[in-house]
Structures are given as structure tokens and as C-alpha cells.
Ligand binder design. Sequence first.
Ligand SMILES: [Zn+2]
Length: 111
Amino acid sequence: MARDAGPKSARPGAECGDEKCPFHGSVRVRGRLLVGRVASAKMANTVVVERELLKRVPKYERYARSRRRVSAHCPPCLQVKVGDLVRIGECRPLAKTVHHVVIERVRPGVD
Ligand SMILES: [Zn+2]
């Protein structure tokens, strides 16, 4: 259960038998919540979420844009596509590079 996923993340209408689903499996969300855009959905039940950050450059006293990518498990009940804005929550390690899970589709992608 995504009991720490926040009040805004409604339980999805669809069911799934995914053990790594925060709603229908045993994965619990704890730690950080992030919002980002789905950059790739080519892996099985895993998406790459990209976030744009502003990093301060002290030498020039300005901000530089940078991007950071996070792999996140995406349960089949959420039907996430490339371009969607999603909320992901930190969870236990689900694979070598995956320790976040998609808990909500914030906004569908335009493309
Ligand atoms: Zn599910």
C-alpha cells in the first residue's frame, strides 16, 4: 500500500497483480517524493523519469540548468506513457538501479 504516497495520489481504478506495485503489491513508499517527466518507457515495468534542476554556479553568481534521471518502477495499473508528468516515491531497492516507484500520473503528456 502506498500509504505514505500522499492524499493526492488516488488508488488507481485498475487492478494489477504486480508484487512491486505500491497499491496492489508489498512495496511501501518511504523517503523522498519527486515529480518528473517520463523520458523513456522502453523497459518492462520500469520508466526513466527526468527532472530539470537549477544549480547555482558560485563563480558566475548565476544558475545553470541541469537534468537528472531516475529509474522508477512503473506498475501496470497506472498506464504511464512517455511525456507524462509523474510523481515517484522512494522505496526499497527493487532492482540494481531502481529504488523509486511511480505513484501518480500528475499530468498526461502532450505528445
Ligand atoms: Zn497495481
